[in-house]
Design a binder for this molecule. Structure first.
Ligand code: PMT
Length: 398
């Protein structure tokens, strides 16, 4: 996602400065080339050597550095940046930038950049709610500067409240969003993810191996591209994606109810969930006792949510998935036609590096007009991007 992206990471003086180290690791792991600028105060909390070692780039601390300024270092850094991040951003530095003050390496470089600038503020709750700070933040927002809001929690100063630095993962997500073109602005996309559980009795259920990774990757990618995302999720162990409305469900009938309740507000529906086709006809109110050598559980058919969506007259753009173990293209093609879809993502779930509960996938994309696109082995993040490229292109003509 961030391969070959040049990111400047400005670190200010606050106790949360150590969390910028974790963020740096996330950014470099995703392929970014990160150049760190530290204010004098930041160096009181963490050492430049830590950032230098982890970024594999020299850390900038002084504006009047004779070696770096041979090439007007602050201007060349500012020019080359794809994204400028300030983490943690203190009230002092935000105030200086809002007032146009450029009196050190960080504030001078940010003044000179044309790259998007993303602040992740962290400060005491009373500083955060101070009207001077709030006005400075509003001014910068109106000028197009981006923010990852701080969260509520116990602050290092002993106070409780808003002002705690957002998690490195949330700030990383903010960076990805800042670097993603907004080709789905204002579109409402409903995505289903994960398995469903069909209860046999209070302690047992029928389910499948879906982890939710494919659907959550789609939700994150759609959100970065500017869509309003509603994620209807079966039970998973995943963290809710930032900026996404999440509705948690357990069974296929709950998922059916939620999807139908929201269909009217959607431009696109992507059904990545592995919905159980059958449920026990009767759910035992108490735990079934171990008595005989064998037990027969009668199953009843669940509603086919996708097929029902396909029958709606003015329906959203519909993307289905097909989890197959044989005859991938033929079976997926049949589902595309029978369920009246615009597009289907066929994956062979018998492969070790595709389908359920892995970070990668291999998919064949089939379209209503008979065209197809073969996506080889790639991460689920990348596949989500490829699927949404097609959705965005086809929405223009839908
Ligand atoms: O969650 P992960 O671990 O990342 O795994 C990803 C995945 C393998 C679950 C995903 O890539 C995938 O293939 N999802 C669809 C699984 C599935 O239920 O496939 P299917 O071929 O049985 O169903 C076809 C389509 O109909 C699917 O879009 C499904 O959501 C939908 N369906 C199925 C049954 C039903 N009762 N209602 C439905 O809407």
């Amino acid at each position: 996602m961030l391969t070959n992206k040049k990111i400047i990471l400005g670190v200010c003086g606050g106790i949360a400065a150590y969390k910028a180290i974790e963020l740096l690791r996330l950014l470099t792991k995703a392929g970014a080339d990160v150049h760190v600028i530290m204010t004098r105060a930041a160096q009181e909390f963490v050492t430049p050597l830590t950032f230098q070692t982890l970024s594999s780039n020299p850390v900038h601390t002084e504006l009047f550095n004779l070696i770096a300024e041979r090439e007007i270092g602050h201007i060349s850094l500012a020019d080359q940046a794809d994204l400028f991040m300030i983490v943690p951003a203190t009230a002092n530095v935000i105030g200086k930038i809002a007032a146009g003050i450029a009196d050190d390496m960080l504030t001078t470089t940010v003044m000179a950049t044309k790259a998007p600038v993303l602040f992740a503020p962290a400060m005491n709750v009373n500083m955060f709610t101070n009207r001077i700070y709030q006005e400075n933040e509003q001014k910068l927002r109106q000028l197009g500067y981006l923010f990852v809001d701080p969260i509520r929690g116990s602050l290092a100063c002993g106070w409780q409240g808003e002002g705690k630095l957002a998690s490195p993962e949330s700030i990383f997500e903010g960076a990805c969003a800042a670097l993603t073109a907004k080709d789905l602005p204002g579109r409402t996309i409903l995505i289903t993810a994960g398995p469903t559980r069909e209860e046999i009795d209070p302690v047992r259920y029928i389910s499948n191996h879906s982890s939710g990774k494919m659907g959550y990757a789609l939700a994150r990618a759609a959100c970065r591209r500017g869509a309003n995302v509603l994620l209807i999720s079966g039970p998973t162990a995943l963290t809710e994606p930032d900026g996404v409305r999440v509705v948690n469900v357990t069974s296929a009938s709950e998922m059916h109810h939620e999807v139908m309740a929201h269909v009217g507000e959607c431009d696109v529906i992507i059904k990545a969930a592995a919905v159980a086709d059958y449920r026990p006809l009767v759910r035992n109110a108490t735990k079934i006792k171990k008595k005989s050598d064998s037990v027969t559980i009668e199953l009843a058919k669940n509603p086919d949510i996708l097929a029902e969506l396909g029958k709606i007259h003015h329906r959203p753009f519909l993307v289905g998935f097909a989890a197959e173990t044989d005859a991938l293209a033929a079976n997926a093609e049949k589902k595309l036609r029978e369920k009246n879809l615009d597009m289907i993502v066929a994956n062979d779930v018998s492969l070790a590096d595709a389908g359920f509960n892995v970070d990668t996938n291999r998919a064949l994309l089939l379209f209503r007009d008979g065209s197809s696109s073969d996506c080889g082995l790639m991460s689920k993040e990348q596949l989500a991007g490829a699927i949404l490229d097609h959705v965005a292109a086809r929405l223009k003509i839908h």
